[in-house]
Design a protein around this ligand. Structure first.
Ligand code: NDP
Length: 332
């Protein structure tokens, strides 16, 4: 059977572009015992996938040149030789960027689209939701009345971090890259203040104005100069969950920043990096709580959806220019 797949043409230096990707025709192998044939309906594109385009050792192996990229997806089972998986089941897992795929079923999880829209399993009930939940609660440990700042605030993770911090009784300040995002976060998602990092003339002062009592928890999704400005306002005994550094993912040389260790030391600040997979043993707890908050109306979500398999590269590149509000999804 003939399918289409999107392959990595070459390893980008700096910002990837449309030429980084190519659509190829390919054929599917026969199913072996334990396999299913899947048609993806929703693909997730995520900033970490940029790191996989480099030939670098990390917590996850690099993509291979000439091979399809892979990422989180929801799909429908079209054929099954795996126990427990029937034609028509909806599943989520890591799938190749292909119009259909034959994969081992043991890496897939069945989902129930009657409980939440299927794409939510790639967002609020999936990896980004769990990242927000464990990073904020386990490392940030927000206390009622404290000030929580989150960068990348209008993105898949940040929009959840801010709302969980509100549930925990905190004052929540977001940092985002457009006035539309600022308005949305304040009006629809309950953020107390939001700073536009692209238009603020002095970001350190803008954050100080938005955080009159300083910053107790900084959930860092972006790194770079935004984080430098937040850390200039950091309180004694603050906690910094280090989640993402998207401002640096396309740099060709590591920029020299301020040396922050003296500040962290003298203010007794905890800064801790984490990968959501560290919490795998507790994913059940996280999904249960996130789903409960969604059902109670305490946690809301939004997505930016591009339609069409061929939109995958555009969606991926859009993450780096702020094209998404909430989770970036490609619907096939
Ligand atoms: P987003 O949905 O937030 O998409 C990226 C957003 O980042 C864009 O919309 C844009 O918003 C902002 N952005 C892009 N470039 C820059 C820049 N140079 N400086 C500042 N902001 C920028 O992505 P996610 O919510 O999925 O991920 C957020 C971060 O968390 C990423 O860094 C990601 O790598 C990381 N992550 C880490 C995980 C972990 O296990 N540690 C798991 C999941 C995500 P704007 O318009 O505001 O600029």
């Amino acid at each position: 059977m003939s399918i289409q797949q999107i392959v990595l043409v070459s390893r980008p230096k700096g910002m990837p572009d449309a030429d980084t990707f190519r659509i190829d025709d390919a054929s599917l192998p026969e199913l072996q015992a334990g396999d299913v044939r899947i048609e993806p309906t929703y693909f997730s594109v995520d900033p970490y996938m940029r790191g996989r385009m480099n030939d670098a050792k990390s917590y996850i192996p690099p993509f291979q040149v000439g091979q399809p990229l892979t990422g989180g997806a929801v799909g429908k089972v079209l054929e099954s030789k795996a126990d427990g998986f029937a034609v028509g089941n909806l599943v989520t897992g890591n799938l190749p960027w292909a119009t259909q795929a034959v994969v081992a079923a043991n890496g897939l999880k069945k989902i129930d689209a009657s409980l939440a829209p299927a794409s939510y399993y790639l967002g609020i009930l999936g990896m980004p939701g769990l990242t927000a939940y464990f990073g904020l609660l386990d490392i940030g440990n927000p206390q009622p009345g404290e000030t929580v700042v989150v960068s990348g605030a209008a993105g898949a993770v940040g929009i959840i971090v801010g709302q969980i911090a509100k549930i925990k009784g905190c004052r929540v300040v977001g940092i985002a890259g457009s006035d539309d995002k600022v308005a949305l976060l304040k009006e629809e998602f309950g953020f107390d203040e939001v700073v536009n990092y692209k238009t603020a003339t002095n970001l350190t002062e803008a954050i100080a104005d938005a955080c009159p009592n300083g910053v107790d928890v900084y959930f860092d999704n972006v790194g770079g100069e935004v984080s430098d400005a937040v850390i200039n306002n950091i309180n004694f005994h603050a906690r910094i969950p280090l989640c993402g550094q998207i401002a640096l993912y396309n740099t060709t040389e590591v920029p020299m920043g301020p040396r922050i260790q003296p500040m962290l030391l003298t203010r007794s600040v905890l800064m801790k990096g984490f990968i959501v997979g560290n919490y795998q043993a507790r994913f059940g707890e996280g999904v249960k709580q996130l789903a409960a908050w969604v059902n109670e109306g305490k946690l809301r979500y939004t997505e930016t959806t591009l339609k069409g398999f061929d939109k995958l590269p555009e969606a991926m590149l859009g993450l780096f220019s702020g094209q998404n509000t909430g989770k970036m999804i490609v619907e096939v």
